[in-house]
Design a binder for this molecule. Structure first.
Ligand code: NDP
Length: 492
């Protein structure tokens, strides 16, 4: 079967790589190649960033004011809304995510553009209440310049929308680097940005591999901000590059998010929440609720019910509406999951469900897997798998649950299941993570920020201050005195 061929967009031109090289992307449901993308090298990245810098400084982009930028974003949201099915099908094909999930995600995607469009012309400066009577000072929020957005394979459209929309609302230009495993939908999004009337070169996309294309982009001297979502090891490269180009960073990394189930919870609801947290998207989610802390009095009953429910999950082709768990997105991620499972077994974790590849003819499918762990310090309780592997442990008291929840290098998300309102608020206050869901899990909104504590990264995306994160604050001083400036050798 012939491969679908994609080009990248640099400075508004649809093009292959300078070198003419291409790479293939594999369909996770079949492990066969289905598409081909340009393999951008440093020269391509230079072209894209230099063009983005030129366009940033151009009168064409500068003359489009914040209200007009908001209108462009709203138009882009409309175009996404008109193309939901195409985008959802493409993303599902490319990264193996269930069509029912990509459809739901793309269906909500326009809201990120609409919400951010509304913020574009609400970025205000301040007049400062100074302690100097002969001076006045005010601030201006200015765009940064060229933004590099480095996107992983698990939810490319969503993770791009929350970077692209605020970057453009603030007046920046942007170069997108998708994962080599899931580039197709970002290319389609850039086509829609063009159709929306966003000037050529404001949004570019370079396809290729992380250590070459991604590294050239994040370390480029003209890049002023890198908005990165991905793994901690790669984030360290990005941080090191920023020591050279002084790019600002937002890092949305992984997690080992605890889900705490108290004995007074609605246990049926909690069961669904736990399944949503760790088996939806085959666990390939930065907010996966991968550590299950269950109060001892309901531990056996709850765990048995979870094992029973998870054993009935329908694993299958992501393109089918009835499938509940699709494949792992990449062969590497499947290997990562297998190696974690082997290590957990070696360490003596008790396997309650799964622990093997799913028995399908082709594709990278893995079974829902549940391990009981002896201590919170166990390997599986501490390390992120990014797969459908739950690590379960009992606790006796709220204090103990909190201590375990916080005994982690990560701090991205957490779930708490209880009917006790005071306890819900106490736990929400005391867990160290950027998001806490009470009696629910994996909810997102354009109005709510996401981001982590500790090794889960820094910076926040989405929400009311998302646009500010793509601006620089400038302070302007005005001398109100009619007297000549006096002593030049002292600070005023
Ligand atoms: P990476 O962190 O490697 O990938 C994220 C993005 O960074 C991709 O676009 C990747 O490109 C790019 N990249 C890779 N190397 C570099 C580099 N040196 N400089 C700049 N950009 C680079 O994630 P992986 O796919 O390798 O997954 C590893 C782990 O990361 C997972 O097991 C999981 O724990 C975590 N992860 C977290 C995600 C989240 O949502 N927070 C999403 C995905 C993974 P390319 O893919 O082409 O290499």
């Amino acid at each position: 079967m012939s491969l679908q061929e994609f080009n990248m967009s640099i400075a508004g031109e649809w093009t292959g790589a300078n070198s003419g090289k291409v790479f293939e992307s594999l369909d996770p449901a079949t492990a066969s190649p289905w598409a081909q993308f340009p393999d951008a090298d440093e020269s391509d990245v230079n072209r894209a960033v230099e063009a983005a810098d030129r366009v940033f400084k151009s009168s064409e982009w500068r003359s489009i004011n914040a209200t007009a930028r908001g209108k462009l974003l709203r138009k882009l949201g409309d175009l996404v809304a008109q193309n939901i099915e195409t985008l959802a099908q493409l993303e599902s094909r490319d990264n193996g995510k269930l069509i029912r999930e990509t459809r739901a995600q793309v269906n909500y995607l326009p809201e990120f553009f609409y919400y951010t469009a509304g913020l574009a012309d609400k970025v205000e400066g301040e007049t400062l209440p100074l302690d100097k009577t002969d001076m006045m000072a005010y601030t201006i929020r200015e765009p940064l310049g060229v933004v590099a957005a480095i996107i992983p394979w698990n939810s490319p459209l969503y993770l791009t929308a929350i970077k692209l929309a605020p970057a453009l609302a603030a007046g920046n230009t942007i170069v997108l680097k998708p994962s080599e495993h899931a580039s197709a939908t970002l290319i389609e999004l850039v086509k829609l940005a063009e159709l929306a009337g966003i000037p050529k070169g404001v949004v570019s996309v370079v396809t290729g591999f992380g250590p070459s294309t991604g590294a050239a982009l994040s370390s480029h001297p003209l890049v002023r901000k890198v908005a990165f979502t991905g793994g901690a090891a790669t984030a360290k490269h990005v941080i090191r590059s920023s020591a050279e180009n002084f790019a600002k960073l937002s890092l949305e990394l992984g997690g080992k998010s605890p889900q705490i189930v108290f004995e007074d919870a609605d246990l049926d609801s909690a069961l669904n929440g736990i399944v949503a947290g760790i088996f939806a998207a085959s666990g390939q989610s930065c907010v996966a609720g991968s550590r299950l802390l269950i109060q001892r009095s309901v531990y056996n009953k709850f765990l048995d019910a979870l094992v029973e429910k998870a054993s009935k999950i329908k694993i299958g082709d992501p393109a089918l509406d009835e499938s509940e768990m699709g494949p792992m997105a990449t062969a590497q991620q499947l290997a990562v999951v297998e190696s974690f499972v082997e290590q957990a077994k070696k360490q003596g974790a008790k396997l309650r469900l799964g622990g093997e590849r799913a028995d399908l003819e082709k594709g990278w499918y893995y079974q829902p897997t549940i391990f009981e762990c002896a201590a919170n310090s166990d390997y599986l309780m501490q390390e992120e798998v990014f797969g459908p592997v739950a690590a379960v442990i009992p606790f006796d008291t709220e204090e103990e649950a909190l201590a375990m929840a916080n005994d982690s290098n990560y701090g991205l998300a957490a779930g708490v299941w209880t009917r006790d309102i005071a306890r819900a608020h106490r736990v929400a206050r005391d867990v160290h993570s950027g998001i806490i869901w009470v009696n629910t899990y994996r909810v997102v909104s354009a109005m709510a920020s996401i981001g982590g504590y500790k090794h889960s990264g820094y910076g926040r995306e989405s929400g009311i201050d998302s646009v500010l994160a793509y601006t620089e604050r400038k302070t302007v001083w005005i001398n109100l005195s009619s007297d000549p400036m006096s002593d030049p050798f002292v600070m005023r």
